[in-house]
Structure formats: structure tokens, C-alpha cells
Design a protein around this ligand. Sequence first.
Ligand code: NAD
Ligand code: AKB
Length: 315
Amino acid sequence: MSQENILIIGAGGQIGVELTAALRKIYGDAHVVASDLKDEPHPLLKDKGPYEKIDAMKKRQIVEVIKKYGITQIYHLAAILSATGEMRPNWAWGINMNSVLLLLEIAREKKLKKIYWPSSIAVFGPTTPKQNTPQKTIIEPTTVYGISKYAGEQWCQYYFDKYKIDVRSIRYPGLISYKSHPGGGTTDYAVDIYYKALADKKYTCFLAEDTYLPMLYMPDAIRGTIELMEASADKLSTRMGYNLSGMSFSPKEITASIQKHIPDFTIDYAPDFRQAIANSWPQSIDDAVAQKDWNWKAAYDLDKMTDDMLKNLKK
Ligand code: NAD
Ligand code: AKB
């Protein structure tokens, strides 16, 4: 097998920190270049492998790093997430859309072997079936983030069909993790709640108690991403984002799960503008296509995740 050299754009974020570490275990520290807008790598990535400051909108910077390290694959994680996006829609559209188009064009020009660009359950909108949302269904997103993710998916399929660019994508649900903080999404409450449960034994949730959303624990998300990237290209039936399911719960249910460990933990509710975003998304996801194409299966349910989150955050 020839040596792969991987560039991760947006490596300082919630997914990037853990994905960089996981890819370094597989490919070797020197062969996985972390990059972000930030001057310094995330503390968990410091002195663990190469780091470059890159703006995902600047072609020259990306091309220089491709040349410097002989990059063969790019994982492009930089994006503006749903809640931040709704506050500054034009800016979010510019970054989310232009950066994925730039990535696809660079992959074509530089003949990269493979690229990864994540999508989201935010592609779905209020007209989508809410339960067990299938891979192919009505897709009419109502957030700028969701519109940019759906347009990005279509561009990925286009570059695959027209130029045979080996691009792969997952529609992540809300991701829950303890190593790096989430960056401005609607599902962030399901991370914040664990921190607050341990620190203050109380939490004010910005979503209503019965708001069900699809979620996935980060170890499953990282494993799924790597499994998709390692899958044989001829097994993949779509170059748009794969639906991926882990679990589905409401603020009330995650509270009950935490109370099994911290019985005096309490929650109250003060829904804000993020409630409308959550209401527009599915409540659970059907990932039969990912199961069939590349054997996807989540390992964590809500209680297993709560055990692991609290154990690690206590450290
Ligand atoms: P994040 O906000 O935590 O991290 C994004 C990183 O990108 C940050 O470190 C930020 O500094 C960097 N960045 C922003 N603009 C940049 C630019 N112009 N150039 C270079 N870097 C830039 O996001 P995340 O949660 O790690 O998400 C990564 C990807 O996964 C995004 O595409 C996101 O839409 C997608 N996704 C995430 C979730 C989730 O729950 N975390 C769910 C669905 C999809
Ligand atoms: C968000 O809430 O914006 C993200 C996502 C589901 O894409 N976590």
C-alpha cells in the first residue's frame, strides 16, 4: 500500500481534534497534517504532529501545503454550524459553500486520491418525514446551514459523476464528545449538559424538554468516518452524505440518564431561537443504506454514552 499523506482542514474543532488523533494512529504522526484558522494547534494536538495555519477559503495556502507534504487526501471539516449560521446567514453561506467548491476544484486539479467533507442531518427540513428519515426523501432545509450542506452534497455528487473525484460524506447527527467543545450548533446542549451536571448540578436548556433529535457519540462518529473512507469505492451507492444513526433522545431523557449517576441534578428550560431549528429537523434517522454499503453500526446508546462521558469528564 502506498503511503498516504493526509491534510485535515478545521482540525481544531469538535470533530477535528479527535479525527486527527485517530488518523495519526493509523497513518503515523508525520503523515497527518492538522490545520485550522488558529495560530496554534488545539492543546490535545500540540507537539503531536505537523500543524499549519490554513484558511479554507485560500487556495494558495492549501496548494502550498499539498506540495510541502505530498498530500494525497484531504478531510475538510471547517464550517459554520447551524446556530451561528442563522445569526450571520450570508457570511455562513460564503464560507460553507465556497470552501467545499474550492476543495473539489483542488482535488480535481491536484488529482487527490480521496476527499472527505461532512454533511449533516440539517439537510432535512420540516417537510421531511420526522421518524426514521430515509436516505432518499423530501429535502427542503430551512436553515442557511442546511441549505449549504445540501448544495454541498449535490456538488460532491457532481464532481464524482463528472470528474470521478473520490469524495465521501456523512450526514452526521448531533455529535457528543468530551475532548473538544462543540462550535455553535443546535445539538450543543447535549454536550453542555454533562459539563453543567458535574460542575453545578443544574442546567438551563435552550430546547424544550420533549425535543427529540438524532445524536451520535464521538467514538462512533470517528470510527464511522474512517470506515467510510476505507470502504471499497465500488461499494458506495452515493457520493452525497450517508445517513448515520446512533441514538435519539430528548432533553428530558438525557437528564434522566445523567440522574442515574447524579441523582440531585436538575434541569429547567428556556427555549430560544434554536428551538425552531431543532423543530425543523428529523427526530430519528434510518441508516439502512450505510449499513448495506459499508456495514455501518453504532456501538453506543444513551446510557452507555452517559457512563463514558461522566467518567471521562470527572478526570
Ligand atoms: P467546529 O465548529 O467545532 O470546528 C470547525 C473548525 O473549523 C474550527 O476549529 C474553526 O476554527 C475552523 N474554521 C472555521 N472557519 C475556517 C476557515 N475559513 N478555515 C479554516 N478553518 C476554519 O465544527 P465540528 O463540530 O468539528 O464540525 C466539523 C464538520 O462536521 C462541519 O462541516 C460540520 O458542519 C460537520 N458536522 C458537525 C456536527 C457536530 O455535531 N459537531 C454534526 C453534523 C455535521
Ligand atoms: C448543529 O447542531 O448545527 C450540528 C449539526 C447537527 O449539524 N451539530
